[in-house]
Design a binder for this molecule. Structure first.
Ligand code: ADP
Ligand code: ASP
Ligand code: MG
Length: 404
């Protein structure tokens, strides 16, 4: 069976006319003699709306009920797509996570797909049907609905492509592929023809929302090539694939950025072994992810300042944990929510000296102050004031010759 998996994101199913367009795209693949499995997201804005409802009704909605509410958006869009295909004379129906079933493990809201029962879908495909699967959801061993992290329909598509040994996995979205930076902020951003899993994983983890990071981990692990393209036009898209298929002549592949980081500085912390561990232990125990960390050199060998970043959504909880932590002492706590992390990503930096200098020098020339730095083998990230975000991304995009 020649199977293709097509995933449609929120904006691609965001209105009735967009859904009619999605049906046309699906039919075009059917006409090429493919068996088509569709994965759909909720209509854009729906999942946020559902999440807000739970917050309005209770400040501690239980995780299983939260996932049950959050998964509802996908059920509507899937049935609307199937309904439209029926209207066009095609056999089609929706499949919710439990009807496949798609099995997940792990915590609610952050579950991962571990297995899929293929029988129902294969039977339906053999009958000539077009199954429309709800992305983002599954069930766990207690038979309860789970979700797999925001933006998770990408991961649903990759895992379905893996289990059904699909020939192709196409992610339809509202831009024509993966760009050197977010085309909505940087109009000169260039579409990337081919990008390796490693670079895509860094770019998406560092803010390029076009693909959910977990989905790229899944694709890399199972060697699934992903085509990313627009549902709005017919332009060729981007291919996310193995490193050996990708040209390595670029030093830097792209510039990513975030807008949801917060910086916390603890001033006058005791400078002795174990203090950093004492600060971070309760955060770790509460599943709060600490990202960038910098500790100043102590001028009097007694006290120092420690700065770190976390996601803005974790800020209130983090500050509470720090203030209630009896194992640490500090003079002052400074919080800054108006920061952004800007990162350059590229495997070429492993073998090219001077990338760090070029990045810092380009930012300095534009008077962009660097607040915190962190690096890995294929990325360099700096934290800057949010007001400098566009300027910083622009100058780095030019410095590394990524402009269109
Ligand atoms: P979908 O609803 O289809 O899943 P998303 O909103 O999750 O779509 O992701 C698509 C968006 O990702 C684009 O509209 C674009 O603004 C953003 N984006 C951020 N960085 C990049 C990038 N490097 N390349 C392409 N798009 C990007
Ligand atoms: N609807 C879910 C979300 O908004 C999943 C997705 O869009 O991929 O996060
Ligand atoms: Mg998405």
């Amino acid at each position: 069976m020649k199977i293709v998996v097509l995933k449609f994101g929120g904006t691609s199913v965001g209105s009735i006319s967009r859904i009619k367009n999605v049906a046309r795209i699906i039919i075009s693949h059917i006409k090429k003699k493919y068996k088509v499995i569709v994965i759909s997201s909720a209509m854009s804005g729906e999942t946020n709306k559902l999440s807000n409802l739970t917050k309005e009704i209770s400040s501690n909605f239980t995780p299983p009920e939260y996932d049950s509410v959050l998964a509802a958006g996908e059920q509507i869009s899937c049935s609307l797509i199937a309904g439209r295909l029926n209207d066009e004379g095609f056999l089609s129906r929706s499949f919710h996570g439990w009807q496949v079933p798609i099995y997940t493990s792990g915590e609610y809201s952050h579950s991962r797909i571990v297995s899929v029962n293929k029988n129902n879908i294969i039977k339906y495909l053999k009958k000539g049907g077009i199954p429309i699967l709800a992305g983002f959801q599954g069930i766990n061993s207690e038979n309860r609905i789970t979700t797999i992290g925001r933006g998770g329909s990408d991961s649903s598509a990759i895992m379905i492509a893996k289990f059904f040994k699909a020939e192709k996995c196409i992610i339809y979205t509202d831009v024509a592929g993966v760009y050197s930076s977010d085309p909505k902020l940087i109009p000169n951003a260039k579409k990337i023809k081919k990008i390796s899993y490693e670079e895509m994983l860094e770019m998406s983890s560092l803010g390029a929302k076009v693909m959910q990071p977990h989905s790229i981990q899944d694709a890399r692990l199972h060697r699934i090539d992903i085509e990313v393209r627009s549902s709005f036009n017919n332009k060729t898209g981007s291919l996310i694939t193995k490193r050996k298929n990708v040209s390595t002549k670029n030093i830097i592949r792209g510039v990513s950025f975030t807008k949801n980081d917060a910086k916390i500085s603890l001033i006058g912390v005791k400078d002795k072994p174990g203090v950093a561990a004492a600060i971070f232990e309760p955060l770790y125990k509460n599943s709060i992810n600490v990202d960038m960390v910098v500790q100043n050199i102590s001028s009097n060998k007694k006290e120092t300042d420690l700065t770190f970043t976390i996601k803005t959504e974790d800020l209130t909880k983090t500050v509470k944990l720090i203030k209630n932590n009896k194992n640490i002492k500090f003079k002052n706590i400074i919080i800054d929510e108006k920061v952004s992390k800007v990162s350059i990503v590229g495997v070429g930096m492993i073998t090219t000296p001077g990338v760090t200098f070029r990045m810092f020098n380009a930012l300095a020339k534009k008077n962009v102050n660097i607040l915190v730095i962190s690096t890995s083998e294929i990325k360099i990230s700096v934290l800057v004031d949010r007001k400098n975000l566009k300027k910083a991304v622009d100058v780095l995009h030019k410095e590394f010759k990524l402009d269109y």
